[in-house]
Design a binder for this molecule. Structure first.
Ligand SMILES: Cc1cc2nc3c(=O)[nH]c(=O)nc-3n(C[C@H](O)[C@H](O)[C@H](O)COP(=O)(O)OP(=O)(O)OC[C@H]3O[C@@H](n4cnc5c(N)ncnc54)[C@H](O)[C@@H]3O)c2cc1C
Ligand SMILES: *[C@@H]1O[C@H](CO)[C@@H](O)[C@H](O)[C@H]1NC(C)=O
Ligand SMILES: *[C@@H]1O[C@H](CO)[C@@H](O)[C@H](O)[C@H]1NC(C)=O
Ligand SMILES: *[C@@H]1O[C@H](CO)[C@@H](O)[C@H](O)[C@H]1NC(C)=O
Ligand SMILES: *[C@@H]1O[C@H](CO)[C@@H](O)[C@H](O)[C@H]1NC(C)=O
Ligand SMILES: *[C@@H]1O[C@H](CO)[C@@H](O)[C@H](O)[C@H]1NC(C)=O
Ligand SMILES: *[C@@H]1O[C@H](CO)[C@@H](O)[C@H](O)[C@H]1NC(C)=O
Ligand SMILES: *[C@@H]1O[C@H](CO)[C@@H](O)[C@H](O)[C@H]1NC(C)=O
Ligand SMILES: *[C@@H]1O[C@H](CO)[C@@H](O)[C@H](O)[C@H]1NC(C)=O
Ligand SMILES: *[C@@H]1O[C@H](CO)[C@@H](O)[C@H](O)[C@H]1NC(C)=O
Ligand SMILES: *[C@@H]1O[C@H](CO)[C@@H](O)[C@H](O)[C@H]1NC(C)=O
Ligand SMILES: *[C@@H]1O[C@H](CO)[C@@H](O)[C@H](O)[C@H]1NC(C)=O
Ligand SMILES: *[C@@H]1O[C@H](CO)[C@@H](O)[C@H](O)[C@H]1NC(C)=O
Length: 619
């Protein structure tokens, strides 16, 4: 049983060493105020021995196994591209470029022998937490000492937000209870209306929650891969196969248990700590506190799922054919809002250049490839293949009149059906690859962008969205059909701090294309900086022009976007700032593109996190 322990004054007093001044940088082991070994040991004692010293997962691959890892180099090498495995390691993250690519196994992205194996760019210590009170105590202890605090659930984060140099990490994996409560009422509520909910530890991964739900004929709003965790996914929004139908994951939360950097364990729901309740539903992960438990809604499992796969590609290796594929793809996007309103959801992959044959092998014969290829997977619940086909046939007929064998563009369609949601989910998921080095840039697109914008403009924007910094290499994008009616119709009280632009969004367009090769660039800092610069000059201005005043889904967006406050948080930003100031007054919980993060500069070379100094300020 979980105990809602609040810290006793005696326990809180132990960390009352006063650090009155507000230094301009977070502390590092190079600083005189960094706690001594004895101090860390006493923290460890207070939190019942749950403190771990960081041991990089692949450090056994380095001379002398410098940190005494018990994981063999063979295992680490073998599992390096497996995100599920990284989620099981206390410190490891999927995208190690954000931990400065040290201690990597050979032959992995970012590996270079010179980089060596040091833990400078990692959290120095990790709380392997099982008790809320320990999390609250450790966070306050670190905050009082100006030590940065980071939170790791699975480590899946695309933007390095679950790691940080010289930080204390809170690892939530062992908050892993899952139970169904068919007559749940919020704590301290006078409302007698009971809800049927799942109560889930924040360190859980969605696949486990879905399996339990499915065994009871229910579904939950997971992401598309079972290994994604509840923690950061929910706090950023959380889209998946059901969001078109029921809204985002943050819209399903009825209560959270939160440990704060001020040393408290709080219950946040519609009745109490409403500010925190609001912020943690879409206002950004890893910034206001550590959620240990979520209470979430669930829904009846669909009795069957129809899957449609629609492909669009140039038929011939000619410029006319390649150009026609762009026009057709643009026109196709214009049909998606109606199709989604009618009943379809799904995800598409769009590819160009050398990347295209990875998705459409026959395009290897069309090199150099100047066209675009689009593979759209649609799904619909409790319907029939005939009904789905009836929605798609008129669209195909309009895009490619007559379907003649000499038309410039080839459109294919195949439809299948699944007897149950589990079988469907296993087919659409499984791309749990870790170990890459890419930076994404994304935007939420609605009818205004897809339907009301002249097609010539859409083609122009699409070409920029699909451009690659290395033009022969090409690139790919993922388009999620995750907005639409389920999101739009979410009641105001279930909305929280989620970006309002989601209300009018149909598509979540995630683009790539910036080169980020830390070995070629010389360092992760340089590689990320170059990618950031290229996006800021090309991609982000295009999004702002195509979709002004819209925004992006912060969990899958460019962490270096200068306009992040408006684009990822929108009109709630100032309120979020004040909530953060209340629960994290020392700004211990820094993440890239986080609320107030522009007051700080994180340097991957030095590992230092410092307040931005105005040039006029005398230090
Ligand atoms: C294979 C894969 C598939 C994905 N599919 C989808 C998808 O279908 N839909 C979608 O919306 N997104 C998807 N994502 C993106 C996903 O939303 C982000 O990676 C998200 O950060 C995952 O959250 P996490 O808790 O699993 O990861 P982590 O890396 O552990 O955490 C991410 C962020 O959340 C914070 N955080 C984690 N737990 C807590 C907590 N308990 N309290 C406070 N802060 C916390 C961390 O500090 C960090 O800032 C996918 C990512 C991957 C790698
Ligand atoms: C914390 O204490 C436990 C139990 O005594 C011990 O196993 C662990 O090594 C300690 N952690 C650190 C960082 O010393
Ligand atoms: C990934 O690693 C996990 C945990 O070690 C393992 O269970 C799973 O089978 C691995 N997946 C693949 C595709 O190898
Ligand atoms: C973390 O804590 C859990 C629960 O106490 C324990 O089973 C696990 O072995 C610990 N992990 C590490 C790496 O110490
Ligand atoms: C619940 O009832 C008590 C006593 O009547 C009252 O003081 C309290 O304000 C009520 N709480 C809510 C959330 O309505
Ligand atoms: C086809 O397009 C390529 C690049 O867009 C261009 O270099 C080439 O000249 C074009 N060929 C013709 C016949 O127009
Ligand atoms: C799927 O379920 C719906 C609604 O229950 C039903 O009408 C339809 O016939 C089913 N489709 C298939 C292919 O079984
Ligand atoms: C092929 O194209 C020509 C000219 O555009 C057209 O006349 C002919 O009908 C087309 N063939 C088929 C099979 O559609
Ligand atoms: C177009 O025609 C071809 C045969 O020429 C057929 O195989 C294909 O399925 C048709 N495409 C669609 C979308 O109907
Ligand atoms: C789900 O459907 C698949 C195949 O469509 C079948 O193999 C599996 O047994 C079904 N599972 C349940 C729980 O009905
Ligand atoms: C661009 O990509 C191609 C193919 O992957 C590669 O051969 C080439 O070296 C790259 N060019 C640059 C400038 O990086
Ligand atoms: C990060 O990597 C760069 C390049 O190898 C190195 O110069 C720098 O010292 C590293 N910084 C940290 C904090 O590990
Ligand atoms: C830094 O300078 C900017 C612009 O001159 C100003 O708005 C801001 O308040 C200053 N910040 C600090 C901390 O002095």
């Amino acid at each position: 049983m979980r105990s809602f322990l609040f810290l006793t004054p005696a326990l809180a007093g132990a960390s009352a060493i006063l650090y009155q001044s507000t230094p301009s940088c977070k502390s590092t082991p190079l600083d005189s105020l960094w706690p001594s070994e004895d101090d860390w040991a006493s923290l460890n004692t207070t939190i019942k021995g749950s403190l771990l010293r960081t041991i990089p997962a692949a450090s056994a691959c380095w001379h002398g196994n410098p940190f005494g890892s018990t994981i063999s180099c063979e295992t680490a090498t073998d599992k390096w591209f497996n995100g599920t495995w990284h989620s099981q390691q206390p410190e490891s993250i999927d995208y190690q470029i954000y931990a400065n690519n040290t201690c990597l196994p050979k032959d992995t992205a970012g590996y270079s022998a010179e980089r060596g194996c040091s833990i400078r760019a990692f959290p120095q210590f990790i709380v392997n937490a099982t008790e809320e009170a320990h999390v609250a105590y450790a966070m306050k202890w670190a905050s009082d000492r100006d030590i940065r605090v980071v939170v790791k659930g699975t480590g899946h984060d695309l933007n390095g937000r679950s790691s940080g140099a010289y930080a204390l990490a809170i690892w939530t994996r062992n908050f892993n209870d899952i139970k169904r409560d068919t007559a749940w009422t919020p704590l301290n509520s006078n409302d007698s209306t009971a809800e049927d909910v799942f109560v889930v530890g924040s360190g859980q991964q969605w696949g486990n929650v879905l399996s339990l739900a499915m065994s009871q004929g229910r579904v939950v709003t997971t992401g598309q891969d079972p290994s994604v965790g509840l923690g950061g996914y929910i706090q950023g929004g959380g889209h998946g196969p059901l969001s078109r139908t029921y809204g985002l994951a943050s819209n399903q939360v009825l209560q959270l248990t939160v440990a704060t950097a001020t040393g408290k364990v709080l219950i946040a729901n519609a009745m109490q700590n409403q500010d925190l309740f609001w912020a943690l539903r879409g206002g950004g992960p890893g910034q206001y506190g550590v959620v240990t438990e979520y209470v979430i809604k669930h829904y009846p499992a669909p009795s069957n799922v129809t899957l449609g796969i629609l492909g669009i590609k140039p038929r011939f290796s000619t410029n006319v054919s390649h150009e026609a594929s762009w026009t057709t793809a643009a026109a196709f996007l214009g049909h998606l809002p109606d199709l989604m309103d009618a009943q379809l959801a799904g995800a598409a992959t769009v590819s160009t250049g050398n990347a295209a044959p990875k998705f459409f092998p026959d395009l290897a014969s069309q090199q150099p490839f100047h066209g675009v290829a689009l593979n759209q997977v649609f799904w619909a619940f409790n319907t029939t293949p005939a009904a789905v086909e009836a929605l798609l046939r008129p669209v195909i007929a309009e895009l490619n009149p007559g379907n003649s064998s000499n038309s410039s563009v080839a459109i294919s369609l195949s439809i299948s059906t699944f007897d149950n949601y589990t079988a469907f989910f296993s087919v659409i998921s499984g791309d749990n690859a870790a170990g890459g080095e890419s930076v994404t840039s994304s935007r939420l697109l609605g009818r205004r962008e897809l339907v009301d914008t002249p097609q010539l403009d859409i083609v122009r924007y699409l070409k920029i969205a699909m451009a690659s910094q290395n033009s022969t290499e090409g690139t790919y994008a993922t388009i999620g059909l995750q907005g639409g009616p389920g999101v739009r119709n979410t009641h105001e009280e279930r909305w929280g701090a989620l970006l309002p632009a989601w209300r009018t969004a149909y598509l979540h367009f995630i683009s790539t294309g910036a080169t980020s090769d830390s070995v070629a660039a010389g360092s992760p800092k340089k590689a990320l900086g170059d990618a950031a610069k290229w996006y800021e000059e090309t991609r982000e201005p295009m999004w702002r022009k195509w979709a002004p005043g819209s925004g992006a889904y912060m969990n899958e967006a460019n962490p270096f976007n200068k306009n992040f406050a408006e684009d990822y948080y929108g009109e709630g930003y100032e309120r979020l700032r004040s909530i953060k100031a209340k629960y994290d007054p020392k700004e211990s919980l820094f993440v890239l593109a986080g609320v107030g993060s522009d007051a700080w500069e994180y340097d991957l070379d030095t590992g230092r996190l410092c307040r931005v100094q105005n040039s006029t300020t005398t230090a």
